[in-house]
Design a protein around this ligand. Sequence first.
Ligand SMILES: [Zn+2]
Length: 216
Amino acid sequence: MKFEYTEYHKKASDEELIADLKSTAALLHTASLSMQEYDQNGTFSSSVISRRFGTWNNALKIAELDYRNRKFSDIELFENIENVWMKLGKQPTRRDMNNTLISNISSGAYLRRFTKWSNALKSFVAFVNEQEKEFLAAPSNETTHKTKRDINLRMRFIVMQRDNFKCCACGASPAKDPSVELHIDHIYPWAKGGETTLDNLQTLCSKCNLGKSDIL
Ligand SMILES: [Zn+2]
């Protein structure tokens, strides 16, 4: 009989992932955890956990760890700007970042990294614009697709901004109704050969997105 490595992270339940975050933080005697610290000491991988809970911060929040005062990577800082921007439907102010109802990272973390809030916004905009060249020429391993299925942070932002942070089907927006969640949808489903390109992507609220599924 051959002894084989079993890939277990895919099967790990949400509870197991959260429990591992807690025990890893306890092991390191810290009230918070960076992705790097977790990758060096945890059982699973930080990317698996981030994906499962939406963001790394969300996972920390659920594990009751300190998520507002740790060191953030640029990607995490940008992800949070995007999220707040989406919720407001417009460019956030420094004060918006301190509203705990909409922002998971305080303005202090941005000032530590970028000195001024305006610099943080400029860096975010530069980051989003940089993407364009990258994803238009995106190489892919897929034989039937020219693009990857995944919609990354920058692309998501470009599509939401183009669609004015509103659902293209019903017009709902988080700025008007905080319970609205926006998703990016492949107009022609990826599973049916649709590509991850700006003209095949649209912003939908979670309700309209669920109603649509992969049916054309
Ligand atoms: Zn909708």
